[in-house]
Design a protein around this ligand. Structure first.
Ligand code: GTP
Ligand code: MG
Length: 148
C-alpha cells in the first residue's frame, strides 16, 4: 500500500497540535506505520529541503525546522500522498481552505504547522531520510474492511 511522510513542524509541536493532527489521519482511515519525536540536525534539514536551496527563505526555513522537536510519521493508505496534501491544505495558510489543517490552525507561510510529501518519489526519499526500515511496522487495522 502507498506510504507518505508527514511531519508536525516545531510550531505544531509547541502549540500542542500533535494529537489533533494524528487524530485527523487516524479518523480518516489511514494506517500509522511509524512515528517518532526528534530533533532535526542542520544536515538533515538541508537535505530534506534541498529542492529549496536557492530560494531566499532557505536559511530561515532550515533555522525554523531545527528550532525545536518535530513529530515525524509515516502514514499508509490508498492515494495517501495526494489525499494528505488535501488534508494539509495550501502552503500559504491564508489560502488554505477551512477544514484543512493549515486552514484551521495556521496563519503564516513561515509557520505552517505541518509537512507532507508532494509526490510518490518525494515520499520514498523522505521516508528513507527520516526512518530506518526497522522503525516501520506492517500490520492491518481491524476496521480495514469498513474503509475499503
Ligand atoms: P512542505 O510540506 O513543508 O514541503 O510545504 P509545501 O510542500 O506546501 O511547500 P514548499 O515545499 O513549496 O515549501 C516548503 C516550506 O518552505 C513551506 O512549507 C514553508 O514553510 C516554507 N516556505 C515556502 N515559501 C516561503 C516563504 O516565502 N517564506 C518563508 N519564510 N517560508 C516559506
Ligand atoms: Mg514541499
Amino acid at each position: 500500500m502507498e506510504k507518505t511522510f508527514i511531519m508536525v513542524k516545531p510550531d505544531g509541536v509547541q502549540r500542542g497540535l500533535i494529537g489533533e493532527i494524528v487524530s485527523r489521519f487516524e479518523k480518516k482511515g489511514f494506517v500509522l506505520a511509524g512515528a517518532k519525536l526528534m530533533q532535526i540536525s542542520t544536515e538533515l534539514a538541508e537535505e530534506h529541503y534541498g529542492e529549496h536551496k536557492e530560494r531566499p527563505f532557505f536559511g530561515e526555513l532550515v533555522d525554523f525546522i531545527t528550532s525545536g522537536p518535530v513529530f515525524a510519521m509515516v502514514w499508509e493508505g490508498e492515494d495517501v500522498v495526494k489525499t494528505s496534501r488535501h488534508m494539509i491544505g495550501a502552503t500559504n495558510p491564508q489560502e488554505a481552505n477551512p477544514g484543512s489543517i493549515r486552514g484551521d490552525y495556521a496563519v503564516t507561510v513561515g509557520k505552517n504547522i505541518i509537512h507532507g510529501s508532494d509526490s510518490l518519489e518525494s515520499a520514498e526519499r523522505e521516508i528513507n531520510l527520516f526512518f530506518n526500515g526497522n522503525e516501520l511496522v506492517d500490520y492491518t487495522r481491524q476496521d480495514k474492511t469498513w474503509i475499503y
